[in-house]
Design a protein around this ligand. Structure first.
Ligand code: KG4
Ligand code: ZN
Length: 347
């Protein structure tokens, strides 16, 4: 099997990242470097990511981050096989910075370009880390997305469920903001929840038990807001109660999607449940999903935390998967603010 060495670039949100990864499908791959600069401090005063500030920071940082990724890998640009960059979905200013930089590098070095869907990057991380075999059921939980998908390969996804309002990470971030906790809220809520009583505040579980596998989180956030208006809340208890509600919702919807996956792939002898995206960094969520998988007879794979939150190694790896199929892109490949993983989603 041919091995590919790919330089990956990620700039779709508030992480400026570059990485070099080597390997071939189904993985695991070798991460030669994985440089991530988080712009947290730039955005913290605003309580969320400010697109214009993010784009400017990417412009200022990216050249040096790419140089460091190549240096740490011990390679020159001429030694990589292709340059992969996130081409969407994401904050368009940042996406353009990364994609245009990748195009310039590809052109200057005479290497092919690979325009990567950021969600495909998250979705294939478990192949980079553990060599997960297609097909698998994927729960993609990040700041911008919450989806359950059947995954068969690059560009081959079937949708089982998606959020009808907020993403799971967004629910964490908005709830944290209501409680006066700093951005990003997910990690902070997880820490506080460890000290709290998850049964203290009864919170709703929107969509639980409904047909299909769609999610909804906005009612949960509204219930938290209502509580904070009505009474003096105990922050740790509320964090624990909130996180318990999110876990309940994720488990219920994943269970429904497991049944759908089984129907679609009746011959899959060793079905697997794979998780990706920043919210998969949450230890309580990981262990609840691991228990569900064991109960359902699914192998469970979740990448290490540094490959769950935004990074460029996952973009380089998506590049490996695409290069192995000869899926390269022209130098006029567009940057896209919206870019659904499956053709029938409204763009
Ligand atoms: O995948 P990601 O880094 O960026 C996007 O593509 O959105 O995900 C970021 C999201 C944020 O909403 C953040 O609060 C959430 O992931 N997150 C967590 C944890 N770590 C990050 N949520 C819950 N618990 C965590 N430990
Ligand atoms: Zn992401």
């Amino acid at each position: 099997m041919r091995h590919w060495t790919i330089l990956g670039i990620e700039t779709s949100c508030d992480e400026t990242a570059a990485a070099v990864v080597c390997g071939g499908p189904p993985g695991p791959g070798q991460i030669l470097s994985n440089v991530v600069f988080s712009q947290l401090e730039e955005h913290r005063p605003y309580g969320g990511v400010v697109p214009e500030i993010a784009a400017r920071a990417h412009v200022e940082l990216l050249d040096e981050i790419v140089e460091r990724a190549l240096a740490e890998a011990g390679l020159g640009l001429s030694e990589v096989d292709a340059v992969a960059a996130t081409a969407g979905p994401g904050l368009i200013g940042g996406v353009m910075v990364g994609l245009v930089t990748a195009k310039a590098l590809a052109l200057a070095a005479g290497k092919p370009l690979i325009a990567v869907n950021h969600l495909e990057g998250h979705g294939f991380s478990a192949r980079l880390s553990d060599g997960a075999e297609f097909p698998y059921l994927l729960l993609l939980v990040s700041g911008g997305h919450c989806q359950l998908l059947g995954v068969e390969g690059p560009g081959k996804f079937r949708l089982y469920g998606t959020t009808i309002d907020d993403a799971a990470g967004e629910a964490f971030d908005k709830t944290a903001k209501l409680l006066g906790l700093p951005y990003p809220g997910g990690p902070r809520i997880e820490v506080l929840a460890r000290e709290g009583n998850p049964n203290r505040y009864p919170l709703p579980r929107p969509m639980k038990g409904r047909e299909g596998a769609d999610f909804s989180f906005s009612g949960l956030k509204t219930a938290v807001r209502q509580l904070t208006l009505e009474q003096e809340v105990d922050t740790a208890d509320l964090c624990a109660s909130f996180q318990a509600a999110v876990i309940d919702i994720l488990i219920d919807r994943s269970k429904a999607a497991i049944a759908m996956f089984r129907r679609d792939f009746p011959d899959c002898e060793t079905p697997a449940f794979v998780v990706g995206g920043g919210v998969a960094a949450n230890g309580a969520i990981r262990s609840a999903l691991a228990d569900l998988s064991a109960f359902e007879g699914f192998a469970f794979t979740v990448p290490p935390v540094r490959l769950c939150t935004d990074n460029a190694a996952m973009i380089a790896w998506a590049g490996v998967e695409r290069a192995a199929l000869g899926l390269f892109d022209p130098l006029d490949a567009p940057a896209r603010a919206r870019w659904p993983l499956y053709p029938d989603e409204a763009a």
